[in-house]
Design a protein around this ligand. Structure first.
Ligand code: IMP
Ligand code: MG
Length: 187
């Protein structure tokens, strides 16, 4: 069976951000976080599922003591367009009150998911609440969504890989690629 990340011609998806570039940028972000959270204890809140690969690489590069928790929300379904509806699928397990929370997001597109997650967490009185996003699309720059750390700014294209999916597939591509759609003969 043909690999679903391949086009009918068998070409791998087009690289937008390569593995080395990702590794290097994560080291830079971790150094920044180590400085900004020096002497503090950090709670990384990953937004499932897209953020987990970034979150795990980032967590391993951070040296301040940290714990991990997860939230799952959905705004897309199996589409490449935001549905505009955010649902909580899984809530946090830890009590975030008095903690330094860093929300780890895969990508900021419309900003809807992030706005919702931030509202939900800030209502629980964390000591601080910041955001670290792996990717941010151009259109998100016009929004007033507060994003404290961003690994990469990208154009308004649909991307896959490094945790990001199209209809739950392609999360395991180790780099970021532009989704070029399913070719007629690939399914
Ligand atoms: P937002 O609420 O529109 O900012 O979208 C946030 C969520 O939609 C992200 O956390 C992703 O899971 C998903 N998403 C947005 N853009 C893309 C993309 O280009 N590729 C894959 N998933 C995306
Ligand atoms: Mg998704």
């Amino acid at each position: 069976m043909m690999n679903e990340t391949q086009s009918s011609a068998g070409n791998p998806p087009r690289v937008l951000i390569g593995e080395d570039q990702i590794r290097q940028r994560i080291a830079e972000l971790a150094a920044e976080l180590n400085r900004d959270y020096a002497g503090k204890q950090l709670l990384l809140v990953g937004v499932l599922k897209g953020a987990i690969i970034f979150m795990m690489d980032l967590a391993r590069a951070i040296q301040v003591p940290l714990s991990l928790d997860f939230m799952a929300v959905s705004s897309y379904g199996d589409s490449t367009q935001s549905s505009g509806v955010v649902r909580i699928i899984k809530d946090l397990e830890e009590n975030v009150e008095g903690k330094h929370v860093l929300v780890v997001e895969d990508i900021i597109d419309t900003g809807l998911t992030l706005t919702y997650v931030l509202q939900s967490i800030s209502a629980r009185n964390p000591a601080s609440l910041k955001v670290c996003a792996f990717l941010r699309k151009q259109k998100a720059l016009q929004l007033s969504v507060p994003v404290d750390y961003v690994a990469f700014d990208i154009p308004d294209v649909f991307v896959i890989g490094y945790g990001l999916d199209y209809a739950e597939r392609n999360r395991n591509i180790p780099y970021v690629a532009v989704w070029e759609g399913e070719t007629a003969s690939s399914d």
